[in-house]
Structures are given as C-alpha cells and as structure tokens.
Design a protein around this ligand. Sequence first.
Ligand SMILES: Cc1ncc(COP(=O)(O)O)c(C=O)c1O
Length: 356
Amino acid sequence: MSRQTQAIIHADAIIHNFKLLQASAPHSRSMAVIKADAYGHGAVNVARLLRDICQRFAVAIIEEAIALREAGITAPIVVLEGPHQQRECALAKASDCIMVAHHQSQLDWLMALPEGQRPHIWLKVDSGMHRLGFAIDEVEPILTSYQALVTSETVLVTHLACADDLENPFTQQQLDAFAALKNRIDLPVSIANSPATLAWPQSQANWNRLGVAVFGSGPDVPERAQLKPAMTLRSSVMAVRTITPGEYVGYGQNWQAQRTSKIATVAIGYADGYPRHCPNGTPVAINGQIAPLAGRVSMDMITVDVTDIGEVRPGDRVELWGEQVNIDTVAHHAGTIGYELMTRVSQRVPRIVRHR
Ligand SMILES: Cc1ncc(COP(=O)(O)O)c(C=O)c1O
C-alpha cells in the first residue's frame, strides 16, 4: 500500500480565486504568476486550469517558461528576472516570452540581436524596494538610448516592498514616486501583486501580477475571506501509542507528557516540505479535529498529541493545511510565510488535481 501523503490541488479554488481577483480590479488586466511551479501547485496544472480566463502568465526564469511551452501552453509569458545570459534573449523570442529588463547589460544583449529577433521587453523600475530595476531618474535616459527595444508590448513594471502590511506608509511613497514617473512617460504600467491588488486599489494598473492570492493566501482585508485554499496537504496516521506522564516524544525529547497521552505518528516530515521549524502546539487536523503537534518534526514523520480528540487509528486522515488548518497559521507557527510553505512541498509528494 502506498503512502497517503498527497497535495490535493483544488481546481475550482484556483479558478474562483483568479476570478475574484479579476473582479476586484475591473480596470486592470490580470496575469497569473506561476513561478516556482505555481507556488508548488504545478505550473502546467495551473496554466491549463486558467487557460480560458488568464491571457498571460509570469514566471521568474526562462527555464520555467520553456517547460510551459513544452506542455503546450501558448499564452504570452513574462519572465520576471529577464535574461541571466545573452543566449536567453534569442530563446525568449523563439518561445514568445516577454523579458523584463532590469539592468543595462540585458538591454545591450537584446540590442546585439538583429531587429526582428528581439523579444518584447518590460522595463523594471526600482521605486524603492532596492532589489531589481532602474532608478527612477535613470528610466527616461534608458528609454531614449534603447528606443529600439520599446514596442507596443512594453510596460513599465515596479514591485512593492510592503504591500502586505496595511499600515505601512512606504507603499504609498512607492506609488507616489512611480506615479510621478508615469506622468512623464506614455507607457502602460504594472505595479500590483496580490496583496496590493486586494489592499491597495490605487496600485491597480494596466497589468496586475497575481501570485499567492490565486492559491488562497492574502492580506487581512474582507476579500481574503472569500479566497479558497488551493492546496490541501494531507497524510494519514501510521501508528498510535499511549505513553505515561513524564515520558518524552521524538528527537531531542522536546515534548514531555504531563498526563497519560495518546500520540499519533503521521506519515509526513520535513523531507516532504512540512516545516521542521513547526513547534509543539502547531495545529494538525485528524479526522476533522484539531490536535497539537507534539515533538520535533522528523524527516518523514511527525507526532501529534491526540489525547483529546477521541478515537484515532492507523490509516485515519490527516490535514496539515487546507480548509481545516489555514496554511498561514502553520506558517506563523513555523516563523515563516505561506509562500514558503507552498513552494517547499517536495517532489516526493504527488500533486492530485481535483475538480470538485
Ligand atoms: C516581481 C513580482 N511580481 C509579482 C509577484 C507575485 O506576488 P504575490 O505572490 O504576492 O501576488 C512576485 C512574487 O514574488 C514578484 O516577484
């Protein structure tokens, strides 16, 4: 019998979330960001699911775009990091990809190609995040020098550093800095990621780039309640034992029974992507009831204190995150964010796309 550890990918949730985000930005066009294997949900799966409602996808690197092309995805793809090497420029044209250019050397590589063999570009502007892009005062000279690269598809793109922090005034500062530039340049723009689309409507522009909210996670705004989790990470109980007060569970003995306790061992561990940083008390759902993690996360197993949730037997169904346990709650316990948990579900875990 095979292990029952699986990531169920909810097709209806992905479609619902994308449509909800589109509806919340009726004056923008929305593209799904499906880098990092669509945040662990399977990029080809997700591109196929969204094929009829999403006219464009974004990935981080050209290899991700080529994998989509090989799977028959034909919509234009924006490569958010642009070319890492000169040879990627011709590859981008051949694969109908739009390259984000954030650095002058990339523009030089593109110019070195014969006209007609150059891919379209988006120009990345650093409006304050200081990760990638041209400084605001560099943009106009760059556009003049590289006019030959500007096409009907060219978009000015920037990224917000703090959009998920609703109280942080820096988002408005970035928006103001970018708006001043935009007023001087007649090109379409792209600013908002998912948290910005939901929480900062003034950031919605020609193109919104939607990642994590398509998969059911987002900032603390009313629309968030309508997002549906796109992944259920589930497993099953392998063993159940009763231990006496004072006995310990797991590596390093970091959980000690204060009473006679029933411990369920579940077939998932950090090698599957369940975070090793999850401490005692992290919620796990067994047979639909919440029980606390007890003991350190091992490579292939976790242990859960099921003393208070009635009868638990080997083979019983366990949800690590999904509808019963919010992925962001688990992430909070692990000291990280839902993005990291989604993207770290390992290849050992089969993705099962479920349509209902
Ligand atoms: C440049 C860029 N745009 C858009 C996104 C999508 O962001 P989110 O997942 O928060 O919607 C990302 C994700 O990291 C990104 O790096």
